[in-house]
Ligand binder design. Structure first.
Ligand code: PCA
Length: 336
């Protein structure tokens, strides 16, 4: 004890000699390191598993770096709305943030690799597809001043309605909430009217009739209590889109190497933990929708066939628009 105090005094004396002020001494007294604070905007509900996983990641970083890097999560779009997060991180308004990767498909079609209908419809295939696409996506992000840290898939995507739907004809004219350009295209091809809405505003859109149907996972249906407005969920397993966490490249490079190594390692763990959670929760979400009165069932044969037709068109369009890079991703995925 005495020795510790004595050593602290020596360190304190050195700090004073080095011209460091009272703030450093106060930190020394409490034992806390003078760290960097990173605000981390996330778009989805605080209770959502992606947000919870982000918080666990942030906490692990705080602990493992001994407070050298403190990440503070702001969930539910409270700091920046979903569609503002990427720009905020790119420009350094936020040093780190999370966003739906395929939401950037309108900037570069490659970002939509995980929303090509019926390409990867299980967690296992989603992992393979991510492995195939990751290096390309990392390169695209790098050119945009962003560093990819980790990505976690949502549970498989199905369709929400407020009536029974057995074929494409039953969808004609419906107002359909889209979350990226692929889901808007799906709506168009199905003869529906797409309207782009963030998950955070979904309940309100359904309540006011701005939207009356959408495609998503059981997770978002559960978070937004959609049983208050809608009645049917059809399991389609059309694709598993990913959220990803990105850092601003300049902020990233300003960290020392050992901090970067810690964050990279914990990001790997966060990807694994988040993916496992997503998979574990998939059936639970279905049970919650059913328990709250929704009819939850697999899409019927005709509906499935119709959707597969739309999927084939969308696959062609995606491949046509992404050229060699898109083709290489799909070929590498199929070879796994
Ligand atoms: N939930 C998000 C994207 C995919 C999902 O399952 C949403 O609906 O916005």
């Amino acid at each position: 004890m005495l020795k510790t105090v004595a050593r602290s005094r020596t360190v304190a004396a050195k700090l004073v000699a080095a011209g460091l002020g009272a703030a450093s001494l106060a930190l020394l007294a409490t034992g806390a390191a003078a760290g960097e604070k990173w605000d981390m905007p996330m778009a989805y509900a605080d209770s959502n598993f992606h947000t919870q996983n982000g918080k666990a990641f942030a906490e692990a970083v705080n602990i493992a770096t001994g407070g050298e890097l403190e990440i503070v999560v702001h969930g539910g779009g409270s700091l920046f709305k979903g569609n503002e997060i990427k720009r905020a991180v790119q420009t350094g308004q936020a040093p780190i943030g999370e966003r739906l990767l395929s939401a950037h498909q309108n900037e570069d079609l490659l970002f939509g690799f995980d929303s090509v209908p019926f390409l990867a419809t299980s967690f296992e295939d989603s992992e393979k597809l991510w492995k195939a696409a990751r290096p390309t996506i990392e390169k695209v992000l790098d050119k945009q001043n962003l560093v990819l840290l980790y990505a976690v898939p949502w549970p498989p995507q199905g369709l929400y309605f407020k009536k029974e739907v057995n074929a494409l004809g039953d969808m004609e004219g419906l107002k359909f909430r889209a979350y990226n350009s692929a889901t808007a295209r799906l709506a168009e091809l199905a003869g529906m009217q797409p309207v782009q809405i963030e998950a955070a505003e979904l309940s309100q859109a359904l309540a006011t009739g701005v939207a009356e149907s959408f495609v998503s996972s059981g997770s978002t249906g559960y978070d937004r209590k959609v049983w208050e407005h809608l009645t049917h969920f059809y399991e389609v397993n059309a694709w598993l889109p990913r959220n990803y966490v990105m850092a601003n490249k300049d902020a990233w490079e300003s960290l020392d190497e050992s901090t970067r190594n810690i964050v990279t390692g914990l990001a790997k763990l966060a990807e694994l933990a988040g993916t496992t959670k997503s998979q574990q929760l998939t059936d639970w979400y279905m049970a919650q929708l059913a328990a709250n009165g929704m009819a939850v069932q697999p899409a019927g044969d005709q509906l499935r066939k119709d959707l597969e037709g739309i999927g084939a068109t969308m696959t062609e369009e995606w491949l046509g628009g992404t050229g060699d890079d898109g083709k290489a991703i799909i070929e590498s995925f199929k070879a796994m």
